[in-house]
Design a protein around this ligand. Structure first.
Ligand SMILES: [Fe+2]
Length: 248
């Protein structure tokens, strides 16, 4: 099976359309979104409509949950908080229900698990070794036979590997295919479609071939200026427009 992994669309319609167009040429069987359809950018409904129309498999992100229950946004910074209030006011009744019903995790087959932050917490990050280790332990102790955890939330591309001896490393991000090994465990983050934070202002996604067992990161240009204009026109915080140009 060939999967396209996308994450953190964050209501950036221009970036989502560019990524879906790029995925069109990849011949994938399934597109998986790893959470955060809304927040930050200006097209929450349009992005959810498109995701639903394309029958993309989704899990709930922390922003998707906070837009439904504002109590969950208490730890958000002021800019994220303002944008989640704005997003909530835009949502159609149908799209609100769609977000409300999203599960925290989805199993793809029995070996691949999709989540936003970690399999137990959409708000938790996998950025440092101790955090990666914690999730690998979860896979080994509680989630067998899952061997790959697909996650988002950091808005940065990542591949963590745990070998059979228990050694954990982060693999370098390559623009070529990365071949994986079936006796190792992996944590894979495709980066963000709508608000990349890896200093590269391009929409990010990945193709994962679960038979040939390779992963291929892709970067896609999109109309940043148009996305920025809409953010400013919506009176969202101007920094949300600025940051798109720098990938931060
Ligand atoms: Fe996010």
């Amino acid at each position: 099976m060939k999967l396209a992994l996308i994450s953190d669309v964050h209501a950036n319609l221009e970036a989502l359309e560019a990524v879906l167009q790029s995925i069109d040429g990849e011949g994938v069987d399934l597109i998986v979104h790893l959470g955060d359809l809304v927040g930050y950018n200006a097209n929450p409904n349009e992005c959810i409509d498109l995701i639903r129309q394309e029958q993309i498999l989704c899990v709930a992100g922390n922003h998707d949950r906070a837009v439904i229950d504002i109590n969950l946004a208490q730890d958000f910074n002021i800019i994220a908080y303002q944008s989640i209030i704005w997003s909530g006011a835009q949502l159609t009744a149908e799209n609100r229900i769609f977000l409300q019903e999203l599960p925290i995790t989805r199993l793809i087959g029995d070996r691949f698990l999709a989540c936003h932050g970690t399999p137990v917490n959409p708000d938790a990050y996998i950025s440092y070794l101790f955090q990666g280790k914690r999730v690998f332990n979860m896979l080994r102790r509680e989630l067998q036979p899952v061997v790959v955890c697909l996650f988002g939330h950091t808005h940065r591309r990542a591949v963590w590997r745990r070998d059979i001896r228990g050694k954990i490393v982060q693999l370098p991000i390559s623009e070529q295919r990365t071949y994986l090994t079936k006796d190792n465990l992996y944590l894979i983050n495709p980066g963000s479609v709508g608000q990349p934070r890896n200093q590269i202002p391009l929409a990010s996604y990945a193709v994962f071939d679960t038979d040939e067992y390779w992963l291929h990161f892709k970067l896609v240009p999109y109309n940043i200026r148009f996305a920025q204009k809409k953010i400013l026109a919506a009176n969202l915080p101007p920094y949300l427009a600025e940051r798109l140009a720098y990938g931060v």
